[in-house]
Design a protein around this ligand. Structure first.
Ligand SMILES: C[S@@+](CC[C@H](N)C(=O)[O-])C[C@H]1O[C@@H](n2cnc3c(N)ncnc32)[C@H](O)[C@@H]1O
Length: 285
């Protein structure tokens, strides 16, 4: 990536740079400021599949990112890293091992002169997670279920090893930061043939994660899921209730059909499996 290349970004070169043929390419939406500045350009990503924009909109109602030192582990093409550095006044370290994704992050960072964005290529593993720079907040979104495939194969030879592995990993991570926004996929390595849990069962996911977070020294402060493909709101769940319960702030949603069904059946049958992954805001105990 040269400076000249970064300066000469156009609609076409931007999308070409965004496109990675790697396993985690063609994944995230473009940040809104890029769409706005490049003639409404959009990445070919179906928002109904995963909802980057609704994740960000929800998180902005919970967290004031201004001035925070953030480490984004698995930054991908920077929907969060670039947006938080450009729009929200955060200082972001974006960690992304995919070279094409990283070139995109760097090109956009250079194009906009984002002084508070740094891009790291060093994969975060069990052996290195404790060496991350001290931060106020870590984003760890949809990365750890890839342990055993993308990284740390020796530590995670099978899905059953993930629980102990995550306890160690998150315990070490807790020594580098104060807070974390966490999301996990529930097919090990993203493979439906190796499920960790049945997908679309957010309360079972919380039951799985609770002892991991407890032992690793984390408290789940707020937990949210989408409940409808067309309704972009997220509903907040109570993570420590012991039975399906909404957090007080979401009580008004209790009679919305998708939410009522979730409380009655514990699952979200009609929705993209990504939306049913709890988005968890946690703090170090
Ligand atoms: C499924 S994507 C999730 C992207 C983003 N965090 C999100 O939720 O939208 C996983 C990302 O983690 C990156 N990744 C894989 N192994 C990693 C590692 N050891 N350390 C940091 N990032 C990693 C991949 O390249 C990919 O961009």
């Amino acid at each position: 990536m040269t400076d000249a290349h970064a300066r000469s970004l156009s609609q076409d070169s931007l999308l070409a740079l965004w496109h990675s043929a790697g396993k985690h390419g063609v994944y995230q939406q473009l940040p809104q400021f890029l769409s706005d500045d490049f003639g409404g350009i959009q990445a070919p990503i179906d928002e109904r599949w995963r909802g980057d924009r609704s994740r960000l909109a929800y998180l902005r109602t919970c967290v004031d990112f201004n001035g925070l030192r953030i480490v984004d582990i698995g930054a991908n093409t920077g929907f969060f890293s670039l947006t938080l550095a450009h729009d929200d006044g955060a200082s972001v370290t974006a960690v992304e091992p995919d070279p094409a994704n990283r070139d995109f992050l760097k090109a956009v960072g250079q194009h906009y002169g984002l002084q508070h964005l740094s891009v790291s290529d060093a994969p975060v593993t069990l052996d290195t997670v404790g060496n991350l720079p001290q931060s106020d907040l870590v984003l760890l979104l949809n990365v750890l279920h890839h342990a055993g495939d993308d990284f740390d194969r020796a530590y995670v030879p099978e899905a059953a090893a993930l629980q102990g592995y995550m306890t160690d990993y998150l315990g070490r991570l807790a020594k580098t930061t104060r807070a974390m926004i966490f999301q996990l996929g529930y097919n090990w390595c993203g493979n439906k043939a190796t499920p960790i849990l049945p997908v679309r069962h957010p309360f079972d996911m919380l039951d799985y994660l609770r002892p991991i977070f407890d032992q690793a020294g984390w408290h789940m402060d707020r937990v949210a899921v989408r409940f409808d493909t067309d309704d972009r709101r997220m509903v907040e769940l109570e993570p420590y209730a012991g039975q399906p319960t909404l957090a007080p702030g979401s009580a008004a949603l209790a009679e919305v059909p998708g939410v009522r069904a979730l409380l009655e059946t514990r699952h979200l049958p009609e929705i993209s499996e990504f939306y049913a992954r709890p988005l968890i805001i946690c703090s170090v105990r």
